[in-house]
Structure formats: structure tokens, C-alpha cells
Design a protein around this ligand. Sequence first.
Ligand SMILES: [Cu+2]
Length: 229
Amino acid sequence: MTVGARISVVAGLLVVVVAFVVWVVVGILLPTPPTVDFTTAQASGAPVNLTVQTVGSIGVGYGDHPTWVSYMVKSPSGQWIHSTVWQVPAHTRINLTIEQYDSGSPLRNQQWGMVAGTTGGTATLNGKTFRVYDSNSGNGVGHTFAIPTLGINIPLVGVPSNATNVCSQAPCGLSSSPHNIITASFVTPGPGNYPWQCFVPCGLGYLFGNGGPMSTLGYMGGFLDVVSS
Ligand SMILES: [Cu+2]
């Protein structure tokens, strides 16, 4: 083996070792949100009621980023939890309710304004069924709830941009802050870990809006952890 070949082998091995160390350190340092269990609160085969909220800023008491936009989830016992990892049973109807407390804007991609992958291909906005929301009208869209591998997309219409007493501390209250209620249902597939995320670049103050809360587990994305029922 020539000296050059040896150097490249050693350099190659060094890259592998460094990559491994970075992977381990990042895995230890990055907090993983707690898994919220929705598999046992109801009878086997019964629909799961999954209620979440989207907040413009999570507020104090949730770690180092009080200004970050985030999702919250209501546990089966009715407690709001800062987590985006939800465990649900396979082949089960999920009745999703999203309390949306954030303002919106026109979408960069109008495709995200279309409801997809839900039962009937529809969702409801404050009780009214809709299939598509024109984000260039009204209050625009604040976030989307999307599970790309299941073809699910739900646009979350924003609250008026001139609204007062907008919620800035999670959990937000239906009686105290302006909000929209979006509902939709879908049926879970077989077991697997299905990533979900918001596709609206809502990480204000970060490059193209896609850093910070958009790229941190526990804020604008998480996992639907589907387990056999
Ligand atoms: Cu978002």
C-alpha cells in the first residue's frame, strides 16, 4: 500500500469515528419529548380522541426557548403536555382536534392549503366542513399538520393578525384567547413510527423560517408511534 493510500484509509476511518462520536453526543444531548400514550384510555378498537394545540410562543416553564412556536398535546387524563410524540393503536380511527392559537399568512405553496388523507378528504374549521383553504384570503394559514408518509395534510387557519390577547403562554385557554378549532379524522395504518410535521416555515428569526422550532423535535414536528392494538 502506498503512503497516499494509507493516509486516505486513516482519514476515512477518522471521519467514521468522528461521525459516530457526533451522533452519540447529539443523541444524548438532544432531549427527546416524552411519549404520550393513547393506547389504553379507551376500549380496544374504539376511536382515539387526540386533542392538540398550536401556540405562537410556548412561554416560560418549558425549557430554554419560551418564544418558540410549538404544539402541545392533551393527555387522555386531560393534562396538557409539551410533547410531539404520540403513541396510538394501529388500524384505529383517530378523531383529531386542533386548537389553533397562532396567526397566519399566505402559504408559499398553495398545495398545503388542501386537506388530504383524512376521512372523506375533509376537515372542519369552527364546525364548517372544508376541503381547501385559500390562504391568500382571510387570516391565512398559521401551521399545517402533515404526516407525509400517510398522505395527510391539514391546513390550520390563523387567528386575525390584529387580534388582541393572543395566547403567548402554553397551555392556551379556549375562553381567554382567540383561536380556531380544526377537526379531522383518519385511520392509523399498521405499526410503525410515522414522522409528522408542520410545513409552514414558522421558525421566525431562523434561516428561511426552517430552523429553531421547525427543526427541533417537540415543537413543530414529532412522531406518530403506531403500535399493534
Ligand atoms: Cu408551524
